[in-house]
Design a protein around this ligand. Structure first.
Ligand code: 7TS
Length: 414
């Protein structure tokens, strides 16, 4: 054990925390599961699993419409979860918290309403060169419809955004800046406050894709001063199929509706329809009630975690991995930004990432391989893909050692 990681281990007991995640206690391919695919989705604590189960067992009903007790209880649970999100991201009001299916849908909502209603021919949207495809393609669809352009913000050799280039790109034609708070493929944490200040100085609003941030750090949308913030419940110990779009009130109120249907209207007649107030205007149809309840439970669960100690623990896991990587011949790190979350993207000389992933899986180690839905970033680094081990607060130093023991074995097969 190195002195660098000893204090963090003492401050944060990942071993004890793991007991709350039943899925982690299993064997895969005859080996204890080492789950290192947390950037794809995090596992769920019993508190979240139970909240969803008890919602269906005890109060399942549709929201906002029934004149009966169960519907009232379901509505309270659903709207209570919105209040929990409001506090979690420090939104100025609950009306600015819109339920979606996840980050992808949140970004599509902004692209289809905010962007489409403002874009004109020749306009530009500046998008991070590290972006996930779900923060690229919706802008391309909106730009295509308007004759506008999506322009990528260049990436430095150490996987940061090139801020000098960004300053040059920001201009008269820029209508929006869209970037991730934290990169999924390489873990880079961007200096988003600075980027937002630069964009605002040029009069340009900013959408932050927070998919990879929410599971690793507290988020305060007012302190960030972002115009939109999108995230998914399943990357922060909550369920799949539920996510959030936060927006500044002035923008949300100026945006045309997106999907039409029940819930999003005030009155409907064949002569014309009046739309509901925020947040319901953007929530057509029966929502994912159990998902919202589960996300509320995840937020409550996270409130019991010392986030600073969890971050220190994750940083120590990454430091440990980098130290072991030095002793692994043929290891090549891809993405070495000084400020990053615990994501280790790498190549192993002589091994195709997919083969390495399969050989790791045979030893019970779950990682993700491929382009990580960030093909432009892979092209920037001249690689078709990488092997990605992404850590969460319940991972342990023994698992880091397990990963590298497995990688040494993989090397012997290559
Ligand atoms: N943005 C980022 C930065 C992401 O990492 C992801 C998912 C998304 C958007 C889309 O989120 P969704 O919940 O709407 O699907 N990222 C990953 C990943 O890195 N591996 O699998 C999914």
């Amino acid at each position: 054990m190195t002195p660098a990681r000893a204090p963090a281990v003492a401050a944060f007991d990942a071993g004890r925390l793991r007991a709350q995640f039943p899925i982690l206690a299993q064997q895969v391919n005859g080996k204890p599961l080492v789950y290192l695919d947390n950037a794809a989705t995090t596992q769920k604590p019993v508190a979240v699993i139970e909240a969803i189960a008890s919602y269906y067992r005890e109060i399942n009903s549709n929201v906002h419409r029934g004149a009966h007790a169960l519907s009232d209880r379901a509505t309270s649970a659903f709207e209570g979860a919105r209040d929990a999100v409001c506090r979690f991201i420090n939104s100025p009001s609950r009306e600015q918290v819109i339920w979606t299916r996840g980050t992808t849908e949140s970004i599509n909502l902004v692209a289809a309403t905010f962007a489409r209603s403002r874009l004109r021919a020749g306009d530009e949207i500046l998008v991070s060169g590290l972006a996930h495809h779900s923060n690229i393609v919706p802008w391309q669809l909106a730009a295509e419809a308007a004759g506008a352009k999506v322009v990528s913000i260049p990436v430095t050799d150490d996987a940061r955004l090139d801020l000098e280039a960004f300053a040059r790109l920001l201009g008269e034609r820029t209508r929006l800046v869209a970037l991730e708070h934290v990169s999924n493929a390489m873990g880079t944490v961007h200096p988003v406050e600075r980027i937002i200040a630069m964009a605002h100085a040029a009069g340009v609003p900013v959408l932050l894709d927070g998919a990879q941030a929410v599971g690793h750090m507290p988020v305060d949308v007012q302190a960030l001063d972002c115009d939109f913030y999108a995230f998914s419940g399943h990357k922060m110990f909550g369920p799949t199929g539920i996510g959030v779009l936060y927006g500044k009130r002035e923008w949300l109120e100026s945006m045309p509706p997106w999907q039409g249907g029940g819930e999003m209207i005030e009155t409907v007649s064949f002569e014309g329809t009046r739309y509901a107030a925020l947040p319901y205007r953007f929530e057509a149809g029966t929502p994912h009630i159990a998902g919202a309840v589960g996300l509320g439970a995840a937020i409550e669960w996270l409130a019991g975690i010392d986030r600073a100690a969890a971050t220190a623990h994750e940083d120590a896991l990454l430091a440990h991995a980098l130290e072991l990587a030095r002793e692994l011949p043929g290891f090549r790190l891809v993405g070495s930004a000084p400020h990053k979350v615990a994501v280790l993207s790498f190549l192993l000389e002589g091994g195709h990432p997919q083969d390495v992933g399969t050989l790791l899986d045979q030893q019970g180690v779950a990682v993700r391989t491929g382009h990580h839905c960030a093909q432009p970033l892979m092209a920037r680094f001249g690689v078709p893909g990488t092997i990605r081990a992404s850590f969460s607060l319940y991972n342990t130093h023994a698992e880091v050692e397990g990963l590298f023991a497995a990688l040494h074995k993989v090397r012997s097969f290559l």
